[in-house]
Design a protein around this ligand. Structure first.
Ligand code: EPZ
Length: 418
């Protein structure tokens, strides 16, 4: 496994560009299986989760051509379900998006429990409930689930709690279901709207994507066409936290500032000097930042995926901050690495920490438990005194394309050892 070596304290400045969104790219790739026509995707982030998904599709029989960096043509003819790579599927959460398209094509699919970071137990009970409502028969074995649906029937599905991939997976499954499907209390993420926009261009009939009620009129088939991945809002927000924590003048380009208005608002409450344009965020170094409270919330609230980078920022803010992680039950345990680096953090309960700052961080040997704690470690290393070593950077490179090159581009002292 590779590791990053980060020397802290460099003054950073310049421009950093945002790549295509991991949490759209990994879903739109699954959509390629919904038609036999060629699908052309641009601005694909060449990150580990995308590479794994391309491997799964290729083994299934999809012809994949990489016409340029980030540009792929997929021809999903002659799909062989016997070639489904269970091990790869169980390595990351987004693979569950394959379920709907495969079920529509093959009527019967064996599917392992999807993987995902260790931020919580990551159940799929809401997916099972949804597929049962659509008429699928589901048998649970200890290693996998068996989904059997000779054609799905549209239904009303009420999510007792919002689920991003649950909304996306059942939206995809409903495209070919007979009749109308209504998703109540659906997730609102921008990636969900982008997914629906593409599907509608190809003949699907989806209304309300990006709101809490999505209605899908089933159709017999859809075509395939071109789609560009939207900028990654979590990568964008991670660089906002990095710029503020390192007290740097950084311009974040090729992004959608309007997808992270709440985190930007909180940064301004801290005293940050931020100017936003159509596709950029300009950050001027602030002498001192004030402590604030952060409570994660489903979109458009403060994204749980930005909690770790912003928690590092709060160790450098003056005063006491409370961070309340409401979405995942295991997404604050990484903070022990910050305490080891010298941060003053009190864990009130598994989902709430109190941070008193500012404190000087000292470089340490760390290991990245998941991709967002991993980027938090990189940010901590950039502000710490001395050297920080971060092991298991596969977890970081799952979600941040060309991270080392981008950080070197703004003056960071970061190297990689394989
Ligand atoms: C998506 O995960 C993202 N991953 C996550 O990003 C993100 O943190 C999360 O949404 C919340 O925004 C992808 O899109 C690939 P959920 P997902 O279903 O869909 C519970 C990253 O860093 N739940 O919205 O798996 C669940 O346990 C990753 O890029 C059930 O109880 O998250 C959690 O507490 C990490 N039963 C809550 O809902 C279910 O059947 C929200 O989870 C499904 C979910």
């Amino acid at each position: 496994m590779g590791k990053f070596i980060v020397q802290g304290g460099n003054k950073l400045s310049g421009e950093i560009s945002v790549s295509g969104a991991k949490n759209m790219a990994t879903k739109i790739l699954a959509v390629s299986l919904m038609s036999e026509q060629t699908m052309k995707i641009s601005r694909v982030p060449e990150i580990e989760d995308v590479k794994r998904l391309l491997e799964i599709l290729e083994e299934l029989g999809v012809k994949i051509e990489r016409v340029a960096k980030g540009e792929y043509h997929l021809v999903p003819k002659n799909i062989d379900l016997d070639k489904f790579n269970y091990d790869l599927v169980s390595q990351f959460r987004a693979s569950i998006l394959l379920l709907g398209p495969l079920l529509a094509r093959f009527k019967k699919v064996k599917f392992p429990h999807p993987g995902g970071c260790i931020i919580g137990k990551r159940p799929i009970d809401l997916f099972v409930k949804g597929f049962k409502a659509l008429g699928a028969k589901i048998t649970e074995h200890n290693e996998y689930y068996e989904f059997d649906a000779n054609g799905l029937i549209g239904a009303k599905i009420v999510f007792p709690q919002m689920t991003v991939t649950g909304t996306e997976t059942l939206m995809l499954a409903a495209v070919f279901a007979k009749g109308t499907t209504t998703l109540i209390n659906a997730a609102h993420e921008p990636e969900i709207r982008a997914l629906a926009d593409y599907l509608n261009c190809q003949g699907a009939k989806i209304t309300g994507a990006g709101t809490n009620t999505v209605v899908i009129e089933g159709v017999a088939e859809i075509s395939a066409g071109e789609v560009e991945i939207i900028p990654d809002r979590i990568e964008t927000g991670s660089y906002v936290a990095l710029a503020l924590a390192t007290k740097s003048n950084i311009k974040i380009t090729n992004c959608h500032p309007h997808d992270i208005l709440i985190p930007l608002e909180l940064a301004k409450q801290m005293g940050a000097d931020i100017t936003i344009g159509e596709d950029y965020i300009d950050i001027k170094a602030a002498r001192e930042l004030k402590a604030i409270n952060i409570k994660t919330h489903e979109y458009p609230g403060f994204a749980t995926d930005l909690q770790a980078p912003f928690t590092v920022l709060l160790t450098q803010s003056k005063g006491q901050s409370l961070v309340h992680e409401t979405v995942f039950e295991g997404r604050l345990f990484y903070t022990d690495f910050l305490s080891r680096m010298g941060a003053n953090i009190l864990m009130c309960d598994p989902q709430r920490v109190l941070i008193t700052g500012p404190t000087q961080l000292i470089g340490k040997k760390l290991e990245s438990p998941d991709l967002r704690a991993g980027i938090a470690m990189v940010i901590a290393g950039l502000i710490a005194k001395g050297e920080t070593e971060i092991e298991n950077i596969y977890q970081v490179e799952r979600g941040y394309e060309d991270l080392m090159e981008k950080l070197k581009g703004i003056g960071a002292d970061i190297t990689r050892q394989d």
